[in-house]
Design a protein around this ligand. Structure first.
Ligand code: OOB
Length: 545
């Protein structure tokens, strides 16, 4: 089947036909869709438990039925194929019901994080011309309905706000389950949803993923992580993030016919009893959480013996912490180095201990192409550190509606510039050595420097600003904003942070530290030298300890 000439979603960059044909021929893209996938599993093993969330337990048959009913409800509201729907749900059962209902309909979820606020949500709704926004009533002490009020007022395309729980002035999700209707459904090569990029630019970029490409990444992940019908996956990280969604995550677990267990928050207090009760076999964490779990596991108050694999990724795990996983938790560590744009690398479960604790693994697919290059895009010598470029059957060819940025973020022959600095070991594993992109990796939460800088520049007392990473023993990195004030007595850091919050910026993007300076160090070509700012900060922090 050819994608050439087919009517594509405007703003989506498909794989060139020659690559698409190759990926189909090799059996990577098998023409499946998410809607069919769930139907198939529900037909094969209807009685198996698909989902455990709070007091809710759903078999595959029940999940499949509820998804049909909800798809009918969304359809009755007027939501149509290709309509964008911003989904901002925590780790609750409704998350999976909602996204599969949208998949079945061919409507496109935009995966927002629970931490996002008006600045981000308003932008996603506007940029994607979303027709609906789906939220919980309250979560973690925050009332999402007040956020929805603000967003609805400013986005004319937004026709529906749908609430899980007490809907207030909006539409309750619970009222939407309806008699199933026949739906034609999307094509496998269609965009299925949008992930968000961690980004390094002023606004987050949207990542279109197709049924074909994402399901291939699930199949590869399931095989590498050895998931099967007996597997029980604990979703402890925010469910909409690419790591717990697909590496192998909740979707990979359903692909394999296993059970997904949702944890409302990832603390040991919540997660450990769930692991013991549900006999969880695999879960995924970011490094700071892994450290917290390692501490808590030493108390041995809970039976974690069912756990076979602890995955850690999203940011670099130190070799020392990595080496503590097996002795402390009694299971295999799996390092995961992935990105919402596509490429995911795993250490393999049977790799030796040294390889598992000192590398970030290797790609899912033999068709993942990896290049490590210097600043001029020339391949570096084997084993040397350089910029990681990648291309492959589940790595995007362009961000959504971002032509100008795409020309920079991709090479002319379609390699994605990851912004990561890596080296490849003699055994073929990747080691992440650093980052060239202007981003702060705050324990797995990605903060684009430019985005925070733009918000700070909007403050009348801020003349200029540069946001950089500062080292942190717990999070790996935190955010520091260097500010040149307009006046002699600058606003206090607290006032500036309150200003950022009032602009509706997610809490994890608020600077951890603000330093006032008279000028910025410059590079040879007169740009702000963030390297020198990081150096100055290290000297300042060092001299205070
Ligand atoms: C995952 O996805 P994103 O899109 O939030 O962030 C991707 C970036 C990478 O480019 C890299 O800079 C960093 O996060 N990263 C790591 C890492 N895993 C991700 N840096 C060092 N070591 C690691 N193990 O973070 C993501 C997506 C799928 C699976 C796992 C993580």
């Amino acid at each position: 089947m050819s994608t050439a000439g087919k009517d594509l979603l405007p703003g989506f960059s498909p794989w060139p036909e020659e690559f698409a044909a190759r990926y189909r021929e090799a059996g990577y893209w098998r023409g499946e869709t998410f809607g069919q996938l769930l139907r198939d599993r529900a037909t094969r093993h209807p009685e198996r438990t698909a989902l455990v969330a709070g007091t809710q337990r759903l078999s595959y048959r029940e999940l499949d039925t509820r998804v049909d009913q909800l798809a009918a409800g969304f359809h009755a509201l007027g939501i149509r194929p290709r309509d964008r729907v911003v989904v901002q749900l925590p780790n609750i059962g409704a998350f999976l019901e909602v996204i599969f209902a949208l998949f079945r309909l061919g409507a496109l979820p935009v995966f927002a994080l629970p931490a996002h606020r008006q600045a981000e949500i308003g932008y996603f709704c506007e940029f994607t011309e979303a027709v609906a926004y789906i939220i919980p009533d309250k979560h973690s002490g925050f009332d999402y309905r007040t956020l929805a009020e603000q967003v609805r007022g400013s986005v004319p395309t937004l026709r529906h706000v749908i609430v899980v729980g007490d809907a207030g002035p909006f539409q309750a999700l619970s009222g939407l389950y309806a008699e199933p209707v026949a739906l034609s459904g999307p094509a496998p090569s269609d965009v299925a949803f949008f992930q968000l990029s961690g980004g390094s630019t002023g606004v987050p970029k949207l990542i279109p993923r197709t049924h074909d490409d994402y399901i291939y990444s699930l199949r590869g992940s399931v095989e590498i992580c050895q998931l099967d019908g007996e597997s029980v996956y604990l979703c402890a990280l925010p469910a909409s993030h690419n790591f717990p969604l697909s590496s192998p995550g909740t979707l990979g677990t359903l692909y394999a016919g296993g059970t997904v267990v949702m944890a409302l928050n990832p603390s040991p207090d919540e997660a450990f009893p769930l692991i013991a009760r549900e006999r969880v076999t695999i879960t995924a964490l970011v490094p700071p959480l892994a450290m917290i779990w390692l501490e808590a596991a030493q108390a041995r108050r809970h039976d974690l013996s069912s756990l076979r694999v602890l995955q850690v990724g999203g940011a670099r795990l130190s070799d020392e912490a990595a080496k503590r996983v097996r002795p402390t938790i009694g299971c295999t560590l799996q390092q995961v180095f992935g990105m919402a744009e596509g490429l995911v690398n795993y250490t393999r479960l049977d790799d030796d201990e040294e390889r598992i604790s000192t590398t970030q693994g290797r790609p899912i697919s033999p068709a993942d192409e990896i290049r490590v290059v210097d600043d001029e895009d020339r391949d570096v010598a084997p084993g040397e550190t350089g910029h990681l470029l990648t291309r492959g059957p589940y790595t995007i060819r362009g961000y959504y509606k971002a032509e100008v940025h795409n020309a920079r973020a991709f090479t002319t022959d379609g390699f994605y510039r990851t912004g990561d600095l890596v080296r490849v070991t003699a055994q073929g594993d990747l080691v992440v050595e650093g980052r060239a992109k202007d981003q702060i990796n705050r324990g797995g939460d990605k903060v684009a420097a430019e985005e925070v800088e733009n918000h700070l520049l909007a403050h009348p007392a801020v003349h200029n600003v540069a946001v950089v990473a500062m080292p942190d023993t717990f999070l790996g990195e935190r955010t520091c904003a260097f500010i040149i004030p307009r006046e002699k007595t600058p606003p206090t850091p607290a006032a500036l942070n309150a200003f950022l919050r009032s602009r509706g910026l997610a809490a994890f993007k608020i600077p951890d530290r603000i330093e006032f300076v008279d000028s910025f160090p410059q590079t040879g070509v007169g740009k702000v030298s963030k390297k020198d700012l990081r150096g100055a900060l290290a000297a300042r922090l060092g001299s205070r300890t």
